[in-house]
Each structure stands twice: as C-alpha cells, then as structure tokens.
Design a protein around this ligand. Structure first.
Ligand code: PLP
Length: 226
C-alpha cells in the first residue's frame, strides 16, 4: 500500500510542477514517518524514498540507529532545548526553529560537537494560538540576531498551514511564505540564505508545490492514518 500511495503522491507532485512550470528536481518529498514502524518505513525506502520526517527526538534517533545509514532524517516537530544535544548529528535539517533560545542552544551544542547545522525558521503565518513559530511582525527584530551564530545556518522557512477542508484555502498562506522568502533575501541578512520553503502536508501539498515549496511533508497520504 505504501508503494501505491507513494506513486500517487509523486504523480500529484509532478502534475503540480507541470501546472506551475516548476522543475520537479526542486521539490523534495519528505515521508513523515512519525509513529510508524520500521517495516513501513522500509517499504517507502525500497520504493526509493530517502528523506523521512519525525517530530520527536527520541523516535528520530532510535530510527536513525536502526535503519539504513543513507536515510536523511528531518526534524519537523517542536524541539525542546534539552533535547538538542541528542538530536545533533542525527538530522540533516531542523525545520522547526521557533525561538531565539532554541537557536542559541543549537549553535552552542553544534560548536561543542564541532559540526555545522542547517535549520529553517518556523513561521506561524496564520498566527494560530495553538502553533509555534515566529510571526511576521517580529522578523525584522529577530533576523539580525542570526548573524552571531557560528555553527547554525538558516537555509529557509517552514510553516504548518491551518487544518482546513480544501487545499485551496491555504494557497494564501503559501503565497505569504513565498513573499517573506523574497523579502528576506532582498535584505541580505548575515548567515541567512533562504533557499528552501518547507510547506504542504497531505491535505494541501499540491497547492504548496504550485506556490514554490522546496520540501513537502507528507505523512498520512503515504503511510495511512496515525
Ligand atoms: C505530522 C506532520 C506532517 C504530516 O502530516 P500529514 O497530514 O499526515 O501529511 C507534516 N508536518 C509536520 C510538522 C507534522 O508534524
């Protein structure tokens, strides 16, 4: 079933690229495998997927140890500062940098480990009280702060769009993240190079691709209900 689901998702991504004139090589599908067992992850792996997303540090680290070494693990969930040390070295990209305190910790721990870490800034575009992330209005104040980090490098923006019925309703959210991307790059902040937008989940990834997503994070659409 995972294989068929993946074929379906990949076909939809291809169509969305064609529709919007994008190069399919600019879109990476992250299979969100949180709560799912290794056997199902291996089905996706056998079908060619190498990018997987997890939202809990312990689970990510365990799967990273147990599964093939060429898997790229993406940390997509809210990250507590006391879990950062355990995470570093096991993830290719932290999508969920949602506070300066967290960024400080990641940089400090990365320096201690002697590694460089790439991260995305989580933006709460719709300003939902239930969600983490920076809101647009505070960006001007916080973005200059990233210039002081030596081992943490910001490579893009991430958002979790509202849970709506009908993907079209989130198009404006994705357009907004794309606009922030353009605006931030124009300002040339130190140590911030917005290359990637991480946006779109099972309910709305085709619209996110049309609006410029570099990473889409699809769980249910690949592995079924959690
Ligand atoms: C769980 C999760 C996803 C995947 O959600 P689905 O609706 O199952 O595709 C994507 N992004 C984040 C941050 C998640 O926590």
């Amino acid at each position: 079933m995972v294989k068929e689901n993946l074929e379906n998702v990949e076909r939809n991504i291809k169509l969305a690229c064609e529709k919007s004139g994008r190069d399919i090589n600019d879109v990476t599908l992250i299979a969100v495998s949180k709560t799912k067992p290794n056997e199902l992850i291996m089905e996706a792996y056998e079908a060619g997927i190498r990018d997987f997303g997890e939202n809990k540090v312990q689970e990510l680290v365990r799967k990273c140890e147990e599964l093939p070494k060429d898997i790229r693990w993406h940390m997509i969930g809210h990250l507590q500062t006391n879990k950062v040390r355990q995470l570093l070295g096991n993830t290719v990209l932290i999508h969920s940098i949602d506070s300066i305190r967290l960024a400080d910790t990641i940089d400090t721990e990365a320096i201690k480990k002697g590694i460089h870490v790439d991260g995305l800034l989580e933006i709460n575009v719709a300003k939902e009280a239930s969600k983490y992330g920076f809101v647009e209005e505070e960006l001007e104040e916080i973005l200059p702060l990233f210039g002081r980090y030596k081992n943490l490098h910001i490579k893009g923006l991430m958002t979790i769009a509202p849970d709506v019925d009908g993907a079209e309703k989130n198009r404006k959210i994705f357009k907004k993240l794309k606009k922030l991307y353009v605006d931030i790059n124009e300002k040339n902040y130190d140590n911030i190079e917005v290359k990637f937008l991480s946006m779109g989940m099972t309910g709305d990834y085709t619209v996110a691709v049309e609006e410029g997503a570099g990473f889409v994070r699809v769980g249910t659409g690949i592995f079924g209900k959690r």
